[in-house]
Design a protein around this ligand. Structure first.
Ligand code: PNS
Length: 178
């Protein structure tokens, strides 16, 4: 049986997985949310190697330093005991597709919560494909996370609200003490 042949057992991420596949899950992750973790976990079930890459988005005013965002993602993945070959990194020296080329990744994975996300992500997906033949795979988050965003978390947290339902506990503890 080759890797693409259905074997009668539906095991998500296993029965069609291409060989030696490397995917990048990019984002600001300012901070990482439960919605992000959901996408990371599911990507880790679909690809042999997943790079979660924190990228500075010049269009956004950042709350957390990039090194802190990386650290919180690492701790959150460990705490949630997410299986898979996952690398957490940051990238600030050029195009995201340059990172993909450096590590041999041909796929970007992005979570799509709504039509707003589709409109935001579509031009980036087309440009990234034109730049370096890097494809974007859109993943629907679990509906329980469909309303969660980092910007909402930042706002609720800055105004003293409880963000525990939206973020991993490492992020909650970090935001509580800042
Ligand atoms: O979580 P975000 O802020 O929506 O993530 C957007 C991000 C950082 C993935 C996007 O801005 C990006 O890819 N930036 C890297 C710069 C780049 O490669 N730009 C050209 C192609 S879109």
């Amino acid at each position: 049986m080759n890797a693409l042949e259905y074997n009668g057992t539906i095991t998500p991420g296993l029965f069609w997985r291409p060989m030696n596949s490397i995917a990048v899950v990019p984002g600001s992750f300012d901070p990482v949310t439960l919605g992000h973790l959901d996408v990371i976990e599911r990507a880790a079930g679909l690809f042999d190697e997943v790079h979660v890459v924190v990228v500075h988005n010049p269009g956004k005013t950042a709350l957390l330093p990039i090194a802190q965002r990386v650290s919180l993602i690492e701790r959150s993945i460990a705490d949630a005991e997410i299986d898979g070959n996952i690398v957490v990194a940051s990238w600030s020296v050029g195009l995201l597709v340059d990172y993909c080329t450096d590590v041999g990744a041909h796929v970007l994975v992005k979570g799509i919560r709504s039509q707003v996300d589709v409109a935001y992500e579509t031009p980036m997906a087309i440009v990234n494909r034109n730049l370096a033949a890097v494809e974007t795979v859109f993943m629907l988050p679990d509906p329980s996370h469909a309303h969660v965003s980092s910007s909402l978390v930042r706002q609720v947290s800055s105004l003293g609200g409880d963000v525990r339902p939206y973020v991993p506990s490492a992020v909650y503890e970090y935001l509580k003490q800042t």
